[in-house]
Design a protein around this ligand. Structure first.
Ligand code: SIN
Ligand code: FE2
Length: 207
């Protein structure tokens, strides 16, 4: 296993499911075009672009990281959470509350994601469910402290990783994309190598 508490489901989504999800993402981007987040304080742009669907979306700008109900550029509410994602969440996590946010990360060939903890959710009991589409990536994961040892493995198109239990607050990131390892995105997103979707429950039930 990758790290204790995490679940890795290689090839969980078949090619037809993957194509359907790419089409779903394409539709999401019509209403909610990818934006370039910047680091709090420094304003340094991320190498990934992002969008969201669901009642809440994760954003980062000079003032910080947060969830908000509207797209940071066009001010529109995020597109609603598609039933296929609600179903995947229910089937795989069994969590008693539905996900409120699906963050969509778009990786160009040279994009990466530094080690971080998904820590902006009030509900830390809920898992985070992560779906990989397109080119493979070298995914790195460690412990709950920044200095803990890490290990890396390849996540491929159709793979699902679930961070739950003691891995929920584990440091993780993407070292690099393995270019041209998939043709899934060639038609719909010719400039994008990899798409990652992460489903999150944000608020705690009743507060
Ligand atoms: C993330 O941690 O937000 C992205 C992880 C991934 O792209 O696999
Ligand atoms: Fe993350």
């Amino acid at each position: 296993m990758i790290v204790s508490g995490a679940r890795y489901l290689p090839g969980y989504l078949n090619p037809a499911d993957q194509k359907m999800l790419v089409e779903m993402v394409r539709e999401i981007t019509i209403e909610a075009p990818p934006f370039t987040p910047v680091m709090p304080r420094t304003g340094k742009p991320f190498s990934v672009t992002m969008t969201n669907c669901g009642a809440l979306g994760w954003v980062s700008d000079r003032t910080g990281y947060r969830y908000q109900t509207h797209h940071p550029d066009n001010g529109a509410p995020w597109p609603s959470m598609p039933p296929i994602l609600l179903n995947l969440w229910q089937t795989l996590t069994g969590y008693d509350q539905p996900p409120e946010a699906c963050l969509v990360n778009f990786y160009a060939a040279m994009a990466r994601m530094g080690l971080h903890v998904d820590g902006d959710e009030a509900d830390r009991a809920a898992p985070v469910l992560s779906i990989s589409l397109g080119d493979a990536a070298l995914f790195r994961i460690g412990g709950t402290k920044r200095g803990d040892p890490t290990s890396s493995f390849r996540v491929q198109t159709g793979d699902i990783v679930i961070l739950e239990n003691e891995s929920r607050l584990a440091y993780h990131g993407v070292d690099r994309i393995i270019s041209a390892s998939s043709t899934l995105l060639a038609r719909s997103f010719p400039d994008i190598s990899r798409i990652n979707l992460t489903l999150r429950r944000v608020t705690r039930p009743g507060g």
